[in-house]
Design a protein around this ligand. Structure first.
Ligand SMILES: *[C@@H]1O[C@H](CO)[C@@H](O)[C@H](O)[C@H]1NC(C)=O
Ligand SMILES: *[C@@H]1O[C@H](CO)[C@@H](O)[C@H](O)[C@H]1NC(C)=O
Ligand SMILES: *[C@@H]1O[C@H](CO)[C@@H](O)[C@H](O)[C@H]1NC(C)=O
Ligand SMILES: *[C@@H]1O[C@H](CO)[C@@H](O)[C@H](O)[C@H]1NC(C)=O
Ligand SMILES: *[C@@H]1O[C@H](CO)[C@@H](O)[C@H](O)[C@H]1NC(C)=O
Ligand SMILES: *[C@@H]1O[C@H](CO)[C@@H](O)[C@H](O)[C@H]1NC(C)=O
Ligand SMILES: *[C@@H]1O[C@H](CO)[C@@H](O)[C@H](O)[C@H]1NC(C)=O
Length: 318
């Protein structure tokens, strides 16, 4: 991050949030007992590795699952993903701002007059957005493997996006109707977020959690996920028109960006990748991630023809 940006971030925090800084923190995590790192505090690691801490320039071991693979959820704590329905997550800058405050060091800091407050006591700048128009989306990804230690970055497929993340504590993610059942021990999931460059330094967020698809009616597997590509209109970077042939269609991996190792995205400081149309991620459930989703799926490029959806697949509306 440039020093002027650093200055902007810190002076903004000083101006708007100083009186609250001792009790709150400025970043966001998805909180649920099914997550890895549920009880990790500022003291657990030699550095601040709470689930809300941003991941920047980290080694693979540090950023993958937030470095929390040795802090698994308790047996039986599983996040349910009902096929064709919404799953509600809780996002907060502190566990105390969520339903799970009882095991938070600071206790209950929820805002009684606004249950959807992501970060009671702080301005949106402190959770990296200048306002509703500055939201960049977040994503849930899944790997059909119950053993998180065996999951590799290229195994995760983004199955749902909420483009208005992280505006509200309760954030819904639509689950595609055609999600197949998980293996016997369940699946492995993760929440991902990259915020706007207008609101602080370049950072990745990742929280892994144990998940399971319920109410499944399809057995068609997910396609092998590919790396997403920048293809939407991008006026902030002087690109006025979308380039639809340039999108990756179908199953896509999450963004692994700005770490010291194992990135799949190499965008610069001021042009981060987002879970929005900019990278071909529609708002809501990703219905085209299955092996049979397309009857024609060319390699993407600015001049590539558009893919064709397989219209003979059973239509299950989510
Ligand atoms: C990442 O860390 C390395 C080693 O600590 C350092 O040399 C490099 O400048 C850092 N890069 C960024 C972008 O912070
Ligand atoms: C987290 O802490 C709470 C309260 O101490 C405890 O009941 C729970 O089992 C812990 N969960 C994990 C995954 O360690
Ligand atoms: C709680 O939410 C209300 C309504 O949005 C807001 O006016 C108030 O400042 C919030 N309180 C805190 C401590 O953030
Ligand atoms: C995103 O989450 C908000 C808050 O829960 C919800 O109102 C909205 O419908 C969600 N968007 C999608 C596409 O599901
Ligand atoms: C996952 O959900 C399916 C369908 O409800 C259920 O049969 C299975 O036992 C669940 N798996 C786990 C690990 O809870
Ligand atoms: C196409 O996608 C690549 C990879 O994300 C990107 O570098 C390039 O700028 C994009 N080109 C256009 C015209 O959108
Ligand atoms: C299209 O979907 C049907 C029904 O699932 C399937 O039999 C067929 O193989 C699919 N076509 C392609 C090209 O995947």
């Amino acid at each position: 991050m440039s020093s002027s940006r650093l200055f902007t971030l810190f002076s903004a925090a000083a101006l708007v949030g100083l009186q609250f800084l001792p009790t709150v923190t400025s970043h966001v995590a998805m909180w649920h007992p099914s997550m890895w790192g549920f009880n990790v505090t500022e003291q657990t690691f030699p550095y601040d590795n709470r689930p809300v801490s941003p991941l920047i320039n980290y080694t693979f071991e540090q950023w993958w699952f937030h470095g929390h693979l040795d802090h698994p959820p308790n047996d039986g704590d599983i996040f349910q993903l009902p096929a064709g329905q919404a799953a509600t997550t809780e996002l907060g800058c502190n566990k105390g701002a969520t339903t799970f405050f009882a095991s938070s060091e600071g206790g209950d800091i929820r805002n009684a007059s606004n249950p959807n407050d992501v970060c009671p006591g702080s301005q949106p700048d402190e959770y990296h957005t200048r306002g509703f128009d500055d939201l960049t989306g977040c994503a849930l990804a899944i790997a059909y493997n119950s053993d998180a230690t065996q999951v590799k970055p290229e195994d995760f497929t983004v199955f749902s996006v909420n483009q208005t993340c992280v505006w509200t504590r309760f954030t819904d993610f639509q689950v595609p109707a055609r999600m197949p059942a998980c293996p016997p021990g369940g699946c492995t999931c993760a929440w991902f977020w990259i915020h706007s460059p207008d609101s602080g330094g370049e950072q990745n967020y990742m929280n892994g959690f144990k998940c399971n698809v319920t109410g499944s009616t399809s057995s068609v597997a997910l396609a092998t996920p590919k790396v997403p590509r920048r293809c939407g209109a991008d006026s902030a970077n002087g690109k006025w028109h979308a380039s639809p042939g340039n999108c990756t269609y179908g199953a896509k991996q999450p963004f692994y960006w700005f770490q010291a190792e194992d990135n799949n995205m190499f965008e610069g400081t001021y042009a981060p990748p987002f879970y929005t149309d900019l990278y071909g991620f529609k708002d809501g459930q990703q219905d085209d991630i299955f092996e049979d989703s397309y009857s024609f799926l060319p390699d993407p490029s600015p001049t590539a023809p558009l893919p064709v959806l397989n219209t003979t697949e059973p239509i299950l509306l989510g």
